[in-house]
Design a binder for this molecule. Sequence first.
Ligand SMILES: Nc1ncnc2c1ncn2[C@@H]1O[C@H](COP(=O)(O)OP(=O)(O)OP(=O)(O)O)[C@@H](O)[C@H]1O
Length: 420
Amino acid sequence: MSSPPLAPPAQPAQPDGPGRAAAQVSPPGSPTVIRASGVGKKFVAYHKRATSLKERFVRREAANGDDFWALRDIDVQIGRGQTVGLAGANGSGKSTLLKVLAGILRPTHGEVAVNGRIASLLELGAGFNGELSGRDNVYLNASLLGLSKREIDRLFDSIVDFSELRHKIDDEVKHYSSGQYVRLGFAVAVHVDPDILLVDEVLAVGDEAFQRKCLDKIAQFRSEGRTILFVTHSLDLIESMCDRILVLESGNMIFDGQPAVGTKLLRQRLGSLPVEGVAVPYDLAPVKPTAVTFSHSPGSPAQVQYDPGEQLTVSVELDLTDHAPPHVYLHVEIMGQGEIPIWMMETPAGGISPGPGLSVVDFVVPRLPELLGAFAVNVRVSDASTGQPVTARRFEDLFGVSGLQGAGLLRVDYEARLRR
Ligand SMILES: Nc1ncnc2c1ncn2[C@@H]1O[C@H](COP(=O)(O)OP(=O)(O)OP(=O)(O)O)[C@@H](O)[C@H]1O
């Protein structure tokens, strides 16, 4: 599917953060190759099937069909050369979004524009005719993706070699196993010289050796500057292979941005991230850290993603009862991937004296170091006069720092010297 060249991408409209999608612009100078604007997709869910012709006639159409929005108001722009992971719980709309972007499903609302040749490997068997042989399906599939007969003749052996199905190539594909289907589908998709590759979770069907081969191919495509969008439940894979993650929840895009931040948010939402760190019962504490927010400067609008060198303010809201100690000491740990404390901030040793009620303590970091990752916050409160712990709380609210591309967590200056 292709369309006329797209206009330069518009700037993102809204600030980023969990709970609303953070629009991500393409890297500077990289044109947008996929743009979805206000995309919604409605299905009609029929809860109960009519059991007789009469019943079907009496109910007619809409009587027991509920509208069901599998996608709601999705705005996204994908820049050329980006590798984007699409993640979310079962039924969140990932496959539907991929199909809408591939032009296989028409959106109920909104528009999709694509600039470049798309090859897609969607649900099992999509694009294959079970009655035809593997050989015929290679020709059929590749011609649907825009290749001429002569081009397919030239690529045929390479496609079959990649699929490792030469011994099966003249069998009807309805007799293929699901893994064999995917092998052939993937082999065709990567041979048609696509600008954009869309891959659904189907890769999980292949055996380990074939998965490795597919991932190597995706890595090669990535290094060639092609655009890749893939659905996976493997958040580790997204962290290692993608420049960007889109997280869907009930058809809404709740996050668009840095993989480390998005995967952590999703793990939180799926309940697969342990919450820990409460030392003293929080409910009984006379001083409660009730919220943590991130912004550029004290009091400025909340923001989640930062670049190295930018100012960051971590604001801790405290709620004190009348029985709170007069001098309170706060210890704030910024926690990285794998529960590693990255840095620590604290109030002066004598503590602070906020008084009863709500107050906010701002920790201002004038220049963020050259870091990469998503960071959560642990807050410990103690009585500054006695040193006794009061309570502790872990905040899963995250901020992310981008800027280093696959270069580890921290930038360290170094020289490489040869010595003989
Ligand atoms: N053709 C259809 N008719 C009705 N409902 C549909 C149709 N296709 C998908 N759905 C529904 O839309 C929702 C989103 O489905 P989709 O396959 O996009 O989810 P997904 O995020 O890819 O899920 P999974 O991780 O389980 O593959 C689901 O509730 C699904 O049942």
